[in-house]
Design a protein around this ligand. Sequence first.
Ligand code: ADP
Ligand code: ASP
Ligand code: MG
Length: 469
Amino acid sequence: MKKIVMKFGGTSVGTGENIRHVAELVAHYARNDCKVAVVVSALAGVTNQLVDIAEQAKKGDEKKMQAFTKELAERHVTAISKAILNKQLQKETEKVVTSTISELNKVLTGICYVGELTPKSRDYVLSFGERLSAPIVCGALKDSKFEAQFFTGKDAGIVTDSNFGEADPLMDYTAHRIRLTILPLLEKGVIPVVTGFIAADQDGVVTTLGRGGSDYTATVLGVALAADEVWIWTDVDGIMTTDPKIIPSAKKLPRLSYQEAAEMAIFGAKAMHPRALEPVIKAGIPVRIRSVFHPDNEGTLITKEPEIKPTEVVKAVALIKDVAMLNVSGGGMVGAPGSYAKVLEVLGKNDINVMMISTAVSEANMSLVVRRSLLSRALSTLEIALLGRGLVSEVTAEDDVCVIAVMGANMQGTLGVASRLFTTVARAGVNIRMIAQGSSELNISFVVKEKDGETAVRAIHEEFKLDKA
Ligand code: ADP
Ligand code: ASP
Ligand code: MG
């Protein structure tokens, strides 16, 4: 009997009807020789709404907050009525949802009065999306006559560090605990339904694994339960040559190596959380990305050894928005050992993650890419720490840019990929602002103006015939 961890993203559980469909999918596999553990995200859009309302609460807007929780309750109660038919189960699930929302109300009221939102309290607020969706999925499974049990990530045994907002599970301890809580149920044929995205630190304080973190929960569970495969169910057929929302003719990539898929996730293919593959790589557990809307399609299979088509040079291209570019320059950096390190150290100490770096041979200039939301902090920190000390004379920024990342394992050692790539972009009339190529040669990334992003992606997709993949 196969053991499969199945994760359903927000788009798969957007409405009560969709939740019912998810329950039917799980039921199908549970009836056909599979032991299934389910991981579930918040209903589509709910986490974004929680991010917003937490900010509103900080500003003391109690009225908005009351209106929000009322609407949230209505949306979930409607979903229950569509996802679950049995009246008794409906009632039980409603009770869980109502008491969870009243807890959320108290938390938000607290934030309203204190006027302070810390990373810790923000994680607590964000945890409510999954705490509301998972009981409904659990109820829908019970409605299909399965024994199912609902767990928060914390109750399931996922213990993380205290890096609120981007926490990482303490893998050995977590695996040990999950084997105590979840494994016995699975063996008995009960379907555990675990909230994605949320966990707790060693003191039991709620943490989140970073946006899109339900994927990470699924792979952590997969490793702990020694699953045969982890399936990430979503709204597209798999990992594609580019975001199908930008280029509808994008093709599914049937096989990818862990390395290729991780590279794509890190470089912005939203299809997967950037750190989600870390646990399974070590354990060698295959991951499959597939669509709830086309369950017959086998999706993208991610394993250690993909079947590489030798002719394929470029496999995929991603567009990463919401970034900004910083230029640090100064004659004092020339020939001064440790000058680049100093810039990175200043940013690192202030929790500003650098996504790309490029330097000129003249050593008088360093370009960096960071998330756009971090730009003002990055600018002010660099100015405070570096200006007027003889090293750096100017720090400038461009916030209307995007990154284009071109990926493929066969780019390694293939001559001329870069020149073909940049010729294509130039021919499309797009100016390149900055270039970086990691030494792995799995990826070439460059920065263009945001308005040119889609044009460049389209031109590359066409030139490397990705729609014919
Ligand atoms: P979920 O709610 O299931 O977690 P996400 O919205 O997080 O779904 O991720 C799926 C989305 O990722 C797709 O709808 C698609 O628009 C986007 N995406 C971006 N790049 C890619 C890519 N290369 N392949 C597939 N999907 C991609
Ligand atoms: N609900 C969370 C988010 O929107 C986690 C996830 O969907 O994976 O980021
Ligand atoms: Mg996601």
